[in-house]
Design a protein around this ligand. Structure first.
Ligand code: G1P
Length: 297
């Protein structure tokens, strides 16, 4: 029997400079997508995949993120008094139990690989997931759950994968495919943010990973890579050709890059349209505004 994946690392130490001035006081991860903080989508997805321990790698100035996961007894009291059962239910569904969530500080921004390595003592010697909350994935079956099911067959290391336009490849970790089995690919090489024109394919790594503890040992070497940072991609690439191997998984679903303003706006519209309570008004408004823009051209 393979070890179950019950721990997930959420690297949330980034400064979120692309969203200044908002991120001057609001951590990017709790910026609102419709009516939930970005990070709640990742938490819900992780829970659906069987994750029981949530490890956040944070940095200075992320206090509001920790508060978000705390119980809010006063607010609960108020809502109870007013008989607002529905809101109470929503509020309670976001509560984290004691011991379910842990925070580790990354003291220096040395890269994604380093952020993951900071959580090594909480992971120990078992497989674990990594989720980048910037990558929001809308899917019938949550992306990490799809991966956990695929991982039951393969074991080893698995990264979520998606084809991207060739001119965008230099923004991602890119896979060199050794064997294409449809949804699953066996990875023969991996390169973080390849120079334009040098990418081995257009199959990009998206922010969901299931990794073996060997990755943490690889990260002990603190090797720097693209951008002078300690890259998670490089630590995973070291396992290519090993017995455990590395797999890419083409998930079903639509990914939104909420680390960019355009991606965040697109996600807002898409998630708004997916909500029954908002759909009709939002759709009518979008038609109206697009027609008005066309008429003005
Ligand atoms: C990170 C990873 C990269 C991956 C990307 C997915 O990059 O380093 O391999 O393709 O997430 O979103 P970042 O976007 O943090 O620069």
């Amino acid at each position: 029997m393979r070890n179950k994946v019950t721990k997930a690392i959420f690297p949330v130490a980034g400064l979120g400079t692309r969203f200044l001035p908002a991120t001057k006081s609001v951590p990017k991860e709790i910026m609102t997508l419709v009516d939930q903080p970005l990070v709640q989508y990742a938490i819900d997805e992780a829970r659906a995949a069987g994750i029981k321990e949530f490890i956040f790698v944070t940095s200075r100035g992320k206090g509001a993120l920790e508060d978000y996961f705390d119980h809010a007894p006063q607010l609960e009291q108020e809502l109870k008094k007013k008989g607002k059962e529905k809101l109470l239910e929503i509020l309670r569904s976001t509560n984290m139990d004691s011991g379910e969530i842990a925070y580790i500080r990354q003291h220096k921004a040395l890269g994604l690989g380093h952020a993951v390595w900071c959580a090594r003592r909480l992971i120990g010697n078992e497989p674990f997931a990594v989720m980048l909350p910037d990558d929001v994935i809308a899917a019938d079956k949550p992306c990490l759950q799809q991966m956990v099911e695929a991982y039951e067959e393969t074991g080893g290391n698995m990264v979520a994968a998606m084809e991207v336009p060739a001119d965008k490849a230099s923004s991602y970790g890119i896979l060199d495919v050794a064997e294409d089995m449809g949804a699953m690919v066996k990875v023969g090489g991996m390169v973080e943010k390849p120079e334009p024109g040098t990418a081995p394919s257009n199959l990009a790594v998206i922010g969901r990973y299931i990794l073996s503890p060997q990755i943490l040992r690889n990260l002990n070497q603190k090797q720097t890579g693209a951008g002078g940072e300690i890259q998670l991609t490089d630590a995973i690439a070291q396992q290519i050709g090993s017995e455990e191997g590395v797999y890419g998984y083409r998930f079903n679903g639509q990914r939104y890059d909420c680390g960019s303003k355009a991606g965040f706006l697109q996600a807002t519209v898409a998630f708004g349209l997916a909500r029954e309570d908002l759909r009709d008004d939002l759709e009518a408004y979008l038609h109206e505004i697009v027609a008005a823009r066309k008429a003005a051209e």
